[in-house]
Write a protein of this length. Structure first.
Length: 165
């Protein structure tokens, strides 16, 4: 199932259901290195392929856990934000995140998203809670399961103070 264009007001009917699955994303060494540069986390298990080949139990470098978590934003846009036609959606928080298995460099991943809750916050704002499962191609166990919050804003004219409530 993949969401087609729907109205935000109709989303309550999807609570408890899978919203869709993102396309596959390649997690290559270049992406891992870029993330390391952005965060300052240059731990060898992420950025030193030779050492990882010799010393890592995975036989290669692996993606940072927070790189894995950061993929939720891009894939949520694809599966949820774009089909809703939202002009604004704000990351509002994470209720829970569990890193279950590492992502080896060169792997492909995707996000399977379920809708957990929809809460009208007034002023054109709707708080969406989704369960995100980052799957690794060819593996049974997911890399990540995270419950995240997105504030969906119905119009460009919604005042900032309404969003902060």
């Amino acid at each position: 199932m993949k969401l087609e264009k729907i109205e935000l007001t109709a989303l309550k009917g999807y609570v408890g259901r899978e919203l869709g699955v993102s396309g596959w994303l390649l997690i290559d060494q270049a992406r891992i290195d870029c993330f390391a540069d952005c965060t300052g986390d240059h731990q060898w298990i992420h950025v030193d392929p030779e050492r990882a080949r010799r010393e890592s139990p995975y036989g290669t470098t692996i993606a940072h856990g927070y790189l894995t978590l950061s993929l939720v934003a891009q894939t949520t846009f694809e599966v949820l934000v774009a089909p809703l036609g939202l002009t604004r959606a704000i990351n509002y928080g994470i209720d829970r995140a569990r890193f279950l298995t590492p992502i080896k460099a060169g792997s492909q991943v995707r996000n399977r998203i379920h809708l957990v809750a929809v809460e009208d916050k007034g002023g054109g704002c709707t708080l969406l809670t989704t369960r995100n499962c980052i799957e690794v191609d060819g593996q049974d166990k997911p890399a990540l399961i995270a419950d995240t919050l997105v504030m969906a804003i119905g119009t460009d004219s919604t005042p900032a103070q309404e969003i902060a409530k």
